[in-house]
Design a protein around this ligand. Structure first.
Ligand SMILES: Cc1cc2nc3c(=O)[nH]c(=O)nc-3n(C[C@H](O)[C@H](O)[C@H](O)COP(=O)(O)OP(=O)(O)OC[C@H]3O[C@@H](n4cnc5c(N)ncnc54)[C@H](O)[C@@H]3O)c2cc1C
Length: 308
């Protein structure tokens, strides 16, 4: 019994590992070049993975990927699903990518496609044109080069303030601008308030932005200021766009806020299709949660599929 797993982040990797132990044959389809998903470039020490104190997201990803690579698994990298149809009791996936176009039959599908950073269309367009504007967290290549700079951070959640602290502790100055109040956890807000190099601006209007010579000029009604970097930290959106390529008769339902709707067994609204990790509306997205959901999805598939 073949289980096609879309996404090779923590949820997809864990699902593939569990499929093996349940006697299923997993085939992972990853649109990127690498295993690991969102944590691949997280340089912050992980607070939620019991047993690995101080381990960063990067290190955790390396640990999980090293184990994954030892397993007898098929993973297609740089592969996109272009069509999904029913074929009798099975699914037929059409894949396009580095290995050319091919079809993959599967008895079950697990969607483990995670999330991507959110931005308004205008900010996304600005970032596409301005190399000093970044949507979402800093990559590990950029973060090491940022010293003694002025950074404007748009957003008021944990990620925004976590980045402000990280940058300020390395000699940068950060202005954090959020339209309403700060929604970050209280310890982050307190730590930022106590830091001389961080200015927190609640009820701050979105500035007009211009891309200068290695700078971003932000203009508010009352003043303008040049920054070396602009970081947009508006949260995350589920990666569900692949569902447009599913035959409408087998397109799983979404929750009101656009995540994949699943039950406690990670079953979607369509029999044989499951979802795990951040693409579902998890109350506390984390590597541990995603991995547990990947495991549950594999168990559900094993239970639901007729014995071969
Ligand atoms: C800034 C930040 C900090 C975080 N800090 C922590 C932390 O300290 N500790 C912690 O436990 N968690 C943390 N998290 C949460 C954690 O990263 C996620 O919960 C976890 O990565 C979710 O795993 P996932 O497999 O569901 O999704 P992801 O890790 O997002 O992986 C999804 C994978 O699917 C692939 N994909 C997407 N679309 C497709 C498609 N159509 N076809 C094929 N492949 C596709 C992507 O390329 C990616 O590899 C943090 C998240 C962020 C953003």
């Amino acid at each position: 019994m073949i289980v096609a797993i879309l996404g090779a982040g923590p949820a997809g990797m864990s699902c593939a590992n569990a499929c093996l132990s349940f006697g299923l044959t997993p085939v992972a389809i990853e649109r990127g070049d690498h295993l690991g998903g969102a944590q691949r470039s997280n340089f912050h020490p992980n607070l939620w993975m019991l047993g690995f104190p101080g381990e960063t997201g990067e290190q955790m990803t390396q640990r999980l990927a090293a184990h994954y690579r030892e397993l007898p698994l098929t993973t297609h990298f740089r592969a996109e699903v272009t069509q999904v149809q029913r074929s009798g009791n099975r699914f037929l996936l059409t894949l396009a990518g580095a290995e050319g176009s091919r079809t993959q039959a599967a008895d079950a599908i697990v969607l483990a496609t995670g999330t991507r950073p959110r931005a308004t269309p205008a900010l996304a367009q600005f970032a596409a044109l301005c190399p000093r504007a970044i949507i979402g967290p800093l990559s590990n290549t950029i973060r090491d080069g940022i010293r003694d700079t002025d950074v404007l951070i748009l957003g008021g959640g944990d990620n925004a303030l976590d980045h402000a602290l990280f940058l300020a502790e390395r000699g940068n100055r950060a202005v954090v601008c959020t339209r309403a109040g700060f929604s970050a956890r209280r310890p982050f807000i307190a730590a930022c308030q106590a830091h001389d190099e961080i200015e927190l601006r609640a009820h701050c209007s979105l500035p007009r932005l211009a891309c200068g010579d290695n700078r971003v000029i932000a203009t508010w009604p009352e003043h303008a200021r040049a920054f070396d970097w602009l970081l947009v930290m508006y949260g995350y959106l589920p990666n569900t766009e692949v569902l447009a390529r599913f035959d409408p008769a087998i397109r799983p339902a979404l929750t009101g806020n656009g995540y994949l709707h699943v039950d406690a067994w990670q079953r979607s609204s369509v029999p044989g299709i499951y979802a795990a990790g951040d693409v579902t509306d998890s109350p506390q997205p984390s590597v541990a949660t995603a991995m547990a959901q990947g495991l549950t999805a594999a168990r559900a598939a094993e239970r639901d599929l007729p014995a071969s």
